[in-house]
Design a binder for this molecule. Structure first.
Ligand code: GLN
Length: 543
């Protein structure tokens, strides 16, 4: 029978529930157990695909083309579980399903209600991710206990336990112990209230994990134990980490969290061997070299907007025994101040994905600056499209070249709408992009081929526009290499510039498949190129 771990959050949002859940998944996997992970979001959008990164942060894409919450990125970076469309659902999805059923007549004669219909649908969606009866399902509930919109989910996870055999369900509550600087005290009262709210609903947490800035003392453990009705040993500390989020599983393991979960759920499994993880932390802590990469984007003020990109750059650093310092640059600043002012000290320039016109010319200027100054350039999705536009204008001599996303009347539409997208624009925006994993064949001898070490790859997509094939000849005759093509459709997936140290751009999103223990080959190669650029420039390579 599968076992369930539910992770709830208390006191405030942004506590790092995703990271904590991912860390638990990682530890259990290292104990030889089979883990699947799920995120439940209480908002009404059916998925985050139509939300602005300013609202929601990055939209993470799975192999099967689901547009999901960024916590799914943590799950895939920390564990080896295969996430699918079933791994993330929202209130919007729950109601969408129910209303469709109601319209079909499935409830004919009945009044459709939150209990039992909404809660039953939630339970069905939680159980839907079980693929194997040996699975351990970790379900993270978004939001904070006490939110109105989270109530049906708490009710559902309370009910689910009633239908399971003993030792099959565990409730873990992540909470905050605020530190009052003036009195030098850590306070447990908000945690007591938050757990009180949970217990009102009928959920008694089995384990409480406390986020804190300063170490907890025995008295805090005792207080939380007494007022929250949990054993003292079941109160764990998750102190702010010093240098990397990848420390979190280690600090929870040192306190015996995975052993306690294994005991409470009767899981068996062996003591985890965390040597590889420890080794990567050593590199993160004291790398032997460094380089500076400029990420030129539209949402750089918000760290979550390009979460997987920043993580993958870090992984590329780990693979090179290097620290990658990330300089976040608003593309509009380049439009106002010029590329030189913003990019002169960059050892590599990365333009990530994006939508809409704002800041687009700044990205084009960044691609130009990288090409002309022989700075390694890595374009991702929109980052490929702006590199193609720039090359068309300034190398191929195609005046006014643009993407039809930004200029419908461009005399040289070198990036144009994918044929099948024509019916969707302005009519049906949710879930209609070219989404998920598609195969790609690499040109032998290209930089992409050198990085991957194979000619057949599969990568995840999320876009509506593509390289316009009518211009292939114009580009290749001017020195652009079409280094990756779709084997099933006539699509350009990777471009490179021949006479440049490292200029590579991809239509897909490699950042979603990078892990700290297995950096994505393109990120590794990009960081290698950035380190080489730094060595050649005036700044010596040093940490
Ligand atoms: N806006 C572009 C498109 O839809 C790029 C998308 C992206 O960067 N994810 O094709």
């Amino acid at each position: 029978m599968p076992k369930y771990i539910f992770v709830t959050g208390g006191v405030v949002s942004s506590l790092g529930k995703g990271l904590t859940s991912a860390s638990i998944g990682m530890l259990l996997e290292h104990r030889g157990l089979k883990v699947t992970m799920q995120k439940i979001d209480p908002y009404l959008n059916v998925d985050p695909g139509t939300m602005s990164p300013f609202q929601h942060g990055e939209v993470y894409v799975t192999d099967d083309g689901a547009e999901t919450d960024l916590d799914m990125g943590h799950y895939e970076r920390f564990t080896n579980c295969k996430l699918t469309k079933a791994s993330n659902f929202t209130t919007g999805r729950v109601y969408y399903n129910i209303i469709n059923k109601e319209r079909r007549g499935d409830y004919l004669g009945k009044t459709v209600q939150v209990v039992p219909h909404v809660t039953d649908e939630i339970i069905r969606l939680i159980r839907a991710i079980v693929q194997d009866e040996n699975d351990i399902v970790i379900s993270e509930l978004g939001g904070t206990v006490g939110d109105i919109e989270g109530l049906p989910f708490l009710e559902a996870i309370r009910q689910l336990r009633l239908d399971e055999p003993p030792n099959s369900c565990l409730y873990i509550h992540l909470t905050l112990l605020p530190y009052l600087k003036t009195s030098g005290e850590l306070k447990t009262k908000p945690t007591q209230h938050s757990v009180g709210k949970l217990r009102e609903i009928g959920i008694q947490p089995d384990i409480i994990i406390c986020r804190t800035q300063v170490p907890m003392q025995q008295e805090h453990r005792e207080k939380i134990s007494l007022f929250c009705n949990v054993r003292k040993e079941a109160v764990f500390e998750e102190k702010d980490v010093d240098y990397s989020i990848y420390e979190v599983p280690m600090l929870l393991h040192r306190q015996g969290l995975d052993t306690m979960i294994a005991e409470l759920l009767d899981l068996g499994g062996s003591e985890p061997d965390l040597t590889k993880w420890q080794e990567l932390l050593e590199v993160v802590k004291s790398p032997s070299q460094m380089c500076k990469v400029a990420v030129v984007g539209k949402y750089v003020e918000l760290i979550d907007a390009y979460k997987s990109i920043y993580e993958a750059l870090g992984h590329g650093g780990i693979a090179n025994d290097a620290r990658v310092e990330i300089k976040r640059i608003r593309s509009e600043d380049i439009e106002h101040m010029g590329a030189e002012a913003n990019l002169h000290d960059a050892d590599g320039i990365l333009v990530p994905g994006g939508f809409g016109e704002r800041g687009i010319e700044g990205k084009v200027l960044a691609a130009r600056y990288a090409r002309e100054n022989e700075i390694p350039y890595f374009g991702i999705c929109l980052g490929l499209q702006v590199a193609v536009v720039e090359f068309a204008r300034n190398v191929c001599g195609l005046e006014g070249a643009n993407s039809t996303e930004f200029d419908k009347a461009s005399p040289a539409p070198v990036i144009s709408l994918l044929e099948e997208q024509k019916e969707f624009i302005g009519k049906k925006m949710g879930g209609t992009m070219r989404l998920g994993a598609y195969p790609c064949v690499l040109e032998k001898g290209s930089r992409a081929h050198a990085a991957y070490g194979t000619t057949e790859i599969s990568e995840r997509h999320r876009h509506r526009y593509e390289f316009n094939n009518a211009y292939r000849e114009a580009f290749t005759s001017s020195g652009m290499i079409l280094a990756g093509l779709s084997p099933v459709r006539d699509l350009v997936e990777i471009v490179e510039i021949a006479n440049h140290p490292w200029f590579l751009a991809v239509q897909f999103h490699p950042e979603f498949k990078s892990k700290p223990t297995a950096a994505h080959p393109l990120f590794t190669a990009f960081v290698t190129a950035a380190l080489a650029h730094r060595k050649d420039s005036e700044h010596p390579s040093q940490v």
